[in-house]
Ligand binder design. Structure first.
Ligand code: HPA
Ligand code: ZN
Length: 329
């Protein structure tokens, strides 16, 4: 129909997407074979069968396990390039891409291996696809702030290639305030600041991310709705919230479609919040950016103008300059 055609055609930005979450089972098996590692699953189909999650942690366990096949610069190039081609085919024009250095450093894969692979793919995406990609390095919140600081220090030689820092992984009992010092250091380096908050954690964690970490955009932020003063603050300050509908379905943040419709309806239709749609970890959650738009369009019966608003918000909430924004949208 016309709305679906509009979803495909409208220029979009993607602001909440983890590089490691784009590792499709086929590539996982291919890289395992290429690197002489035992295959993590017997087949791509078996991998997809295993991707049934009851919460965030049950996903993270498989997600980090899958990363074991990523060893060489070429592996990271191939991973990033496959995602960029897919994104470009969906008329994504700008990406602020998360990656998780600690997941690789822990396995003795250094910045000097993974970053050049990712950066080569970024350069090729610009040249061949006209796709603009910037990188946001995420700290793993299940690890210590000391480890995050060490990671930031290791990233310093590559400062010019980084847009910002984020915070991801297990949220329960890991309040943002634990990472106050490292966010201060990142800010001093001129890096932009975002964090996952209010996915499984309470609205209080969204406040902490804003007040203690100084984040300029909140990832997920679903539980913000539980605090009306917070909603007002997010609206007034025009703080972007990166919604990830299919992720929330698959990780049971939404127990069912009716709940998804109720909560997403509040964010998208009933408030003035600066929200947009994102795919989070598409290889694990069964859908890329278009699939997320199509899902939300279906459950909320969105009209073209409402889809257009979400797409426009994706650029408004990005870290593009006003001049760049005009070029891409
Ligand atoms: N939440 C927390 N950590 C993550 C996510 C997420 O949605 N995706 C990848 N790492
Ligand atoms: Zn995420």
């Amino acid at each position: 129909g016309p709305v679906q055609a509009f979803i495909a055609a409208v220029p979009k930005a993607e602001l909440h997407i983890h590089l490691e979450g784009t590792l499709e089972p086929e590539m996982m098996l291919e890289l395992a074979a290429r690197n002489g590692l035992p295959p993590p699953y017997l087949s791509a189909e078996a991998a997809r069968q295993a991707y049934q999650f009851k919460d965030l942690q049950s996903f993270l366990d498989l997600y980090y396990n899958g990363c074991a096949v990523l060893l060489t610069s070429q592996d990271f190039y191939d991973l990033a390039w496959a995602y960029f081609e897919r994104a470009a085919s969906e008329n994504v024009k700008h990406i602020e891409l998360f990656f998780d250095p600690q997941t690789h450093l822990e396995r003795n894969v250094p910045f000097s291996t993974f970053l050049p692979g990712i950066l080569d793919a970024v350069t090729t995406a610009k040249e061949k696809l006209g796709l603009n990609v910037r990188l946001i390095m995420c700290f793993l919140r299940h690890m210590s702030e000391e480890s995050a600081i060490e990671t930031l220090n290791q990233a310093k030689p590559f400062r010019e290639h980084l847009l910002g820092v984020g915070l991801d992984s297990s949220e329960a009992n890991r309040p943002p305030s634990l990472f106050k010092r490292v966010y201060g250091m990142a800010k001093a380096l001129g890096l932009r600041l975002v964090a996952h908050a209010g996915e499984e954690g309470p609205a209080e964690y969204v406040w902490e991310a804003i007040k203690d970490l100084g984040v300029e955009r909140v990832d997920h932020g679903i539980r913000s709705l539980e605090d009306t003063a917070l909603v007002t603050h997010l609206e007034e300050q025009r703080i972007g919230i990166t919604l990830c509908p299919l992720s929330n379905m698959r990780l049971k943040v939404f127990p069912d479609e009716a709940t998804a419709a109720r909560i997403l309806g509040k964010f998208i239709l009933e408030t003035k919040l600066l929200v947009m749609l994102n795919s989070d970890d598409p290889a694990y959650f069964g859908g890329y950016l278009m699939d997320n738009y199509l899902f939300v369009q279906r459950i909320l019966s969105l009209k073209v103008e409402q889809v257009a608003r979400l797409a426009k918000n994706s650029f408004s909430a990005s870290f593009l300059s006003d001049e760049e924004r005009q070029h891409y949208h």
